[in-house]
Design a protein around this ligand. Sequence first.
Ligand SMILES: Cc1ncc(COP(=O)(O)O)c(C=O)c1O
Length: 382
Amino acid sequence: MAVSERGQVAAFGVMEVMRAAEEREAAGHEVLHLEVGQPATSAPGGALRAAEAALRSDRLGYTTALGITPLRNRISQWYADEYRLDVPADRVVVTTGASGSCVLAFLALWNPGDRVGVLEPGYPCYRNDLRTFGIEPVAIAVGSGSNFRPTIAQLEAALPLDGLVIASPSNPTGTVLYHDDLAAVLSWADRNGVSVVADEIYHGCTYDRPAPSALGLAPSGGDVVVMNSFSKYFSMTGWRLGWIVAPEALVTPLERLSQNLTIAPPTLSQIAGLAAFDCKDQLEANVEQYRTNRQILLEGLPTAGIDRLAPPDGAFYVWADVSHLTEDSRALCARWLDELGIAVTPGIDFDPQRGHHFVRFSYARSADDMQRAMERLAGWTP
Ligand SMILES: Cc1ncc(COP(=O)(O)O)c(C=O)c1O
């Protein structure tokens, strides 16, 4: 059977590392998981209880494409509580996770042939999704010289651009765009007619200062598309739920795309997601766990001779330069899995140009796993 060009999209590489790790486990070997970009915890208790109750009492039919009103209102309230921002609920679009948000936002904003800047290293699905839609991803290479944040000179060099995707905190680097850097990027985009999608999926998972939202810093008062998700801070990856805050003019296009592509986000997840906002104690305890794990890696990796690390301001990743150990991070990760039973993600997926010299450690699992992984790495001879 013929397969379309779109169907030949690149694989999401981290899923392949997860599969190799699972195969090793199935063969009876222990694996310490530092590859997986998801919390080890379940959804918070309140979300689980709300879902249980809804299973018994609710028909769980379709909702409207924009999502249930109480959830849209609660998300609006969250911006008021957490950021002191006035985000009207009618600008909130509930989605099937940030992945679903990418599909909707990219389709609503850009035409085939448009040029959209993506940072490298960066989340690989932006590039792959854009290509799938016939939009040209334009790589903007960021590095240790600017602490993995884009400089205005780098953005200028990528022009002409129709759009730009940024993520703060970033996957894989963990780097946050703090107030001045984020404001500078947004006003540069505004001056140049570049529409910005800001992925804020790791908001809440920060260890020094909170990450500012692009919603409060866009010069034209909201001309930026912000994505967030229940997958990370809310610890609900498998529930497939997220949201977009869109400029008013984009809400109807997003609604129509959502109606046609998926009808609506999952009803049970929306009910659980609404309750998750009231579980802050449990969610903050998860963040404290990441903070402990992060410290174990920040001490353990240099002891193992891996000391060129991106500033891990947020998310639950450490992006490490391993060029002194390998010319091929995929081969290095295969050896670590084989010889140490540690699963780590090679950088190549996040940065096709320089990723063979980098790996991403995820610290979302238990402190004990992190400690043991660091001990194994320290005892490893290249
Ligand atoms: C930066 C970034 N954006 C989006 C996603 C997709 O997340 P979701 O589970 O909300 O679809 C991920 C998942 O790891 C991510 O790291």
